[in-house]
Design a protein. Sequence first.
Length: 450
Amino acid sequence: MDYTHYYFIGIGGIGMSAIARYFKHQGFEVSGYDRTPSPLTANLESEGIKVHYQDNIDFIPKDVEHTFVIYTPAIPESLNELAYVRSHGYALVKRSRALGEIARGQECLAVAGTHGKTTTSTMLSHILTDSGEGCNAFLGGISKNYGTNLLLSTNKVLVAEADEFDRSFLQLFPHIALITSTDADHLDIYNDRATMLEAFGIFASQVEAGGAVIIKKGVEVPQKGVSAKIYQYSYNEPCDFYASDIVPLEGGYFDFTINCPECRIAHCRVGVPGWVNVENAVAASSIAILHGTDPEKIREALKSFSGVKRRFDIHINTPQRAYIDDYAHHPNEIKAAISSMRNIFPGRKLCGIFQPHLYTRTRDFADDFAQALSGLDSLIMLPIYPAREEPIPGVRSEMILDKTTVKDKILTDKEHLMEILASRPVDCLITFGAGDIDRFIEPIERWLKE
């Protein structure tokens, strides 16, 4: 079938927008719907992609035969546009299936895990691009080196962020796969961690027989049916790939050696601070080494890596004030971010603003969130961002807030956030969340600078 138009339902999502850009670059007509305008949709529109913000079937191309529809499982089933394309015979697939089709026929290097995958896959893409080899990359965040979530190359190597949500990653059959973590998450999809682990096991078993599966040391992944060679990586515990000779430098940076089965890469330094980025560097480098990238080129690329927007993203860093924004929406991510902040800003007062993401996640991990956030000196809590979910009776942000041991804590709504912030002294501030808390980054940065 010859398709001339690709139509996206939920085009403003980070993964969806990358695929939309890909098809636009291939010369197809591309358009789509999203619920609200955002910087991502503004970028799509500036590239000639038509985006609308009403659930309106009139915007759907009526040439059923030549229109291919891609949708995200993050949109509600009740959406009129989704019902229309389903009942009118359009070719229709989920985002993950579309990515799986694009990856077919390329050497796929996939990064999976409940957290850490965006920074690791972006770092790997930068290593391959900076080394001169190039790659096609579909990223879960905006690379600060390239200002985009999509990298294109004539080289048939594809870097994919393999998302466990809705079992999306089971559409990929990688040559090399790395798994960063399998903490319980998305229990609205999996019901329990055992079922989620089973999905990670299936993903690992789909890696090509001549390829490799790299698992973080201590991370549980079922290995039955895995025909690829299995490796381990770690921050600093000896195994196949790990860091040693870790020397802290000023500003939260580190000098370190990456140890690999066949080589050592001495005096590495990542262009962004935080001990967690040493671990991410070991992870990304392990894939690059097994793929065949020159170790010297890996060292050079790590040095010039500028990070990912909204991933421990430092906006202000002065002796008077610091502001970091982070996409963290899982307790372990929050714990790691606070630990990194304590490392970079020793002895300073940390204030966090947290917007919980999803009612189910709040319900399932309220105690863990409370424990992680208790590492702050003060906490401002926002109401839950529902995303695709309907409210669950009794599930509110207070479930977390009341259980934290932070003495200085307050719940406010988005309308009063800036007012609350202006009424208190700020030393080091961090915003956490995967909802629409990113709309406050610019106003907060502006206020702090003034």
